[in-house]
Design a binder for this molecule. Structure first.
Ligand SMILES: C[S@@+](CC[C@H](N)C(=O)[O-])C[C@H]1O[C@@H](n2cnc3c(N)ncnc32)[C@H](O)[C@@H]1O
Length: 304
């Protein structure tokens, strides 16, 4: 049986994967339970280590199976588990990046303070996967607006929007405000998923998330004109996602190019789109002014 897209399905992902044909999905993204005793409504996040890892290997195998030969896989977790995941994935997919998402995580005892999550980025085939270079805004001092980084005498060469995105993501923060989060212990920010989707998919492509939670991946997909399928064990989280998705609209595009927004600011765009959309911004003649303030969108292109 083929699954319909643009829906969140209730159930155990290992069962639901069975209905997904091999080589049929453009992107698979997983943010599984971390086995850290988090308080989910249905799932018990406290398995014996080997039991947890064996279970992970099963859904990772399914992710690889359903991903198209031109597609990519992403898995978010703490480094401790990602080292095992990489060993499973190395057997049947191709390593692209270990993305460091700079965000405080759970203390692990008397050693280094963990300060990042990892996102494994693999492609199904050795060559030919869709991968787009991205740009993000320059990091600036909050009050003065000046660039945080000292570029020395090279400021005139700076890109007016911001640098290419690297494999260390410091500019996307965990959701802190209660008003912006749902009742779920580990909801990801939507613009984190949007960055992933802009990097590795096109509008109209399909995205599958086997641990949908509050539907973050689906919301990101809908906002960027992609098709989504989510699996979720808990009915309350599924219902919440469906309600959110009903309210979700596609983002406004700039000259038909998709960009990722957060609070009315563009947080990620594609390098290849820059030449087409740069007219949408007020860019100072004197490129050294990039040092002092971020470039703004022309009023007509503003999000609202
Ligand atoms: C880390 S959370 C995902 C959070 C999600 N990324 C978000 O931003 O809301 C993991 C989710 O997987 C769900 N889950 C656990 N075991 C599952 C299974 N076997 N099949 C489907 N969903 C499962 C849990 O209920 C939980 O909502």
């Amino acid at each position: 049986m083929n699954r319909e897209y643009d829906t969140i399905v209730l159930g155990d992902c290992l069962e639901l994967f069975k209905a997904i044909p091999s080589n049929s999905v453009d992107i698979t993204f997983a943010d599984p339970p971390f086995n850290l005793k988090k308080k989910y409504k249905t799932y018990h996040d406290d398995r014996a280590v080997q039991e947890y890892l064996d279970w992970c290997e099963q859904w990772i195998t399914e992710m690889v199976r359903v991903t198209k030969p031109s597609g990519s896989l992403f898995i978010h977790n703490i480094p401790q588990w990602l080292t095992f995941y990489a060993a499973y994935l190395n057997k049947s997919a191709y390593f692209k990046h270990w993305i460091v998402w700079d965000a405080p995580t759970v203390p692990m005892g008397k050693s280094l303070q963990p300060a990042h999550y990892g996102i494994l980025f693999y492609t199904k085939s050795a060559k030919g996967a869709k991968i787009y270079e991205l740009r993000r805004p320059h990091e600036r001092e909050r009050r003065s607006g000046y660039l945080r980084k000292d570029y020395g005498g090279k400021k005139s060469l700076l890109h007016p929007f911001g640098p290419l995105v690297s494999d260390v993501w410091t500019d996307i923060h965990r959701i802190r405000h209660k008003t912006r989060r749902d009742e779920h212990p580990c909801q990801l920010p939507v613009h984190l998923l949007e960055r992933i989707l802009l990097m590795a998919s096109d509008a109209g492509d399909t995205v599958l998330d086997p641990f949908s939670g509050t539907g973050t991946t689906a919301v990101a997909a809908k906002q960027l004109g992609r098709r989504y399928l989510g699996f979720e064990l808990d009915e309350q989280y599924r219902r919440l996602s469906v309600q959110k998705l009903e309210q979700t609209r596609a983002h406004r595009t700039l000259k038909d190019k998709w960009v990722s927004w957060f609070l009315d600011e563009i947080v990620t765009l594609r390098e290849a789109d820059w030449e087409i959309i740069k007219d949408c911004f007020c860019i100072p003649q004197d490129s050294r002014l990039v040092d002092k303030q971020k470039i703004r969108l022309n009023a007509v292109f503003a999000r609202r």
